[in-house]
Write a new protein. Sequence first.
Length: 761
Amino acid sequence: MSDRRDIVGKPLAHDSARQHVTGAATYLDDMPEPGGCLHAALVKSPHAHARIVGIDASAALAAEGVVAFVTAEDIPGDNEVGPIFHGEPALAGEVADYVGCPVGAVIATSHDAAKRAADLVKIEWRDLPAILSIKAAIAAENWTSPPQRLVYGDPDDALANAQHILHGGLDIGGQDHFYLETNIAMATPLDGDQWHVWSSTQHPTEVQKHVALVLGVPQAAVTAEVRRMGGGFGGKESQPTIIACIAAICARKTRRPVKLRLDRDDDMIVTGKRHDFRADWDVGFDEHGAMTGLRVRLAARGGNVADLTSSVVTRAICHVTNCYYVPNVEATGICCKTNTVSNTAFRGFGGPQGMLVGEAIIDQIARHLALDRDDVRRANYYSPSRGLTTPYEQPVSDMIAYELMDKLNADADIAARRAQIATFNASHDTRKRGLATAPVMFGISFNMPSLNQGGALVHVYTDGSIQANHGGTEMGQGLYTKVAQVVAETFGVPASFVTPTSTRTDKVPNTSATAASSGSDLNGAAARNAALAIRARMAHVAANEWNVPEEAIDFRDGKITSGNYVISFGELATLCWLKRVSLSAAGFYSTPKIHWDQKRLKGHPFYYFAYGAAASEVEIDLLSGETRCLRTDIINDCGDSLNPALDMGQIEGGFVQGMGWLTMEELWWDTAGRLRTHAPSTYKIPGSRDAPADFRVHILENAPNREDTIFRSKAVGEPPLMLAISVWLAIRDAIAAVSGDDRALALHAPATPERVLMSVG
Ligand code: MTE
Ligand code: HPA
Ligand code: MOS
């Protein structure tokens, strides 16, 4: 690959930036509805666990505008939406197993009529015992999938002989995705039992597959499509499948197009969130804080069904040691089955929870030995002398976390600011400050090797315009723009020549979710392969025309040249057409080097690691418990960034979303299993004023990926979220300044004002 880069690496604006800010971008609910389109509303279980004794929909059916009512009995095929395991229904059949569980849908001529009538459906229930918490699930040994266990070295021996040993525990709260666009789908019957489904999904293939299953038709009879989502954040990896399947069941019943849009409350009640976790550990270490042995149990609240929980827990296990070498490790992961909504993917996918535990352990060791946290980290980093093998036995060959941390400590003037903070704290009674750093080392690739494949379909038209289709979806992260840059670079044309189109399962089949931050790695590489195939054919035609070798043909600035010969890209495309040469190609990519043994939790699950480092300074108000982040410095490793403007947005957005998770977003269920924080009135996400007042974000320069990724870039979607661990640690430091280390260590997550207030007494 030539080193020249004309378009890749440039800070181009998001291809929809103008539409986003002017409100012109069409989301699914903005699209013109097909003639005769009906609207569905969910009928939900009010019980955490109950048997359905009888359903009486007569009042709902008699209501104005109502056309039909569906239950599981109306499903012609399999009532199955499970992404990994079987046995996960779209509509509950006999038993509902969380509050909000969809048991039916009312179909009416308007959204409001459907919503009103849904309340008129009468269901007779028989209550069953419910398990709501991680603790209760552990007591009952109630799992969504079997416990996972990783052993590296001899943890028993290491802990028995450790110079120091500490025990600890941490409760980590979940998080609602709070994407601006709630879940929505629109299913349309086509000729001959074929179906088209618009879905706000990160995973069109999964929608296609399960709509085909519930309707009892071949996958080939279903096309799923998505142009853009108003945010996904992992919440649209598996959850939209349920919504799309219910819309399809309604469309099948009425033989008309049906749209199902959840309002905010329903979206929060019905669909899964980030897993809350309980972690418990024993850690052995020496006088420098170097860990010699770690035993850790990570218990996640899975909810009513397995969904993606087993993979989330695996990723948590793989990130609990973050960027540190621990010679002896036993890590257990538990997927608790509870009568609460099924938790799911959320930016970081268990990595954040695992890493927070790792950093809490470092913090505990540092406070115990009265050492600087960064010195304890230095005693533990992966290094040639200490060790370069992860507990899951992947060699670490690209470790730069300590370099980033050293640079951050210098650039952000950490030592001097610590002294200033000590002075500030000594002279202020009702406000205290804290300053903390945090490194991030995040494994890139889906932790199921089979998912690491991407596909693309590129068309060049005779006017020289190019359509770039690929299996990835656009949720605001800028994937369409990055892929367009890759395609433009490959053809040597301006990015404006390339038109990204909606993602459709009939253009690119059998795709993976756009997830695990690997959208541009997989689809960018697949699109490059497709474009290279077409470019080779075009070069061949030009070489024949000019009677020059193909190697002498150059594609640049929208022109094709060789010596004195010049032809525009469009003219060459027309020439290819005249010569009956195909201007269309499918491209494919599969990630090399990866393998994984899910039974032993050993292998090489990640193609490479993405790194970052952050330092955050916070101030807590001892009277209200409120926290403000005064300043954050970040250095993030994006490899050779495909687009620094988009990557900057990902770093800032990911960090602030992580801050929300760790400081203010609190999900709260009552003792009957009802989520009581199901609207912005009770669930607080960060706003623009919550971002660090002084926010200094840097992309690490001259740091190409050592692996041969697309233009040597690195994935950026998820890793920056974990940089917010610096904020949580800084709050602990501020608490320690008033109430001492023990109170600081007792701070769980999120560090809400209530928790901070209780910590400072
Ligand atoms: N950025 C925006 N604006 N909106 C999103 O929904 N999702 C995040 C991240 N950044 C998200 C986002 C998550 S969870 C992932 S996995 C990646 O984007 C997915 O896109 P990528 O693989 O193309 O980076
Ligand atoms: N990330 C996101 N989704 C996934 C993963 C992952 O690592 N593994 C399986 N599904
Ligand atoms: Mo992101 S949680 O992998 O969709």
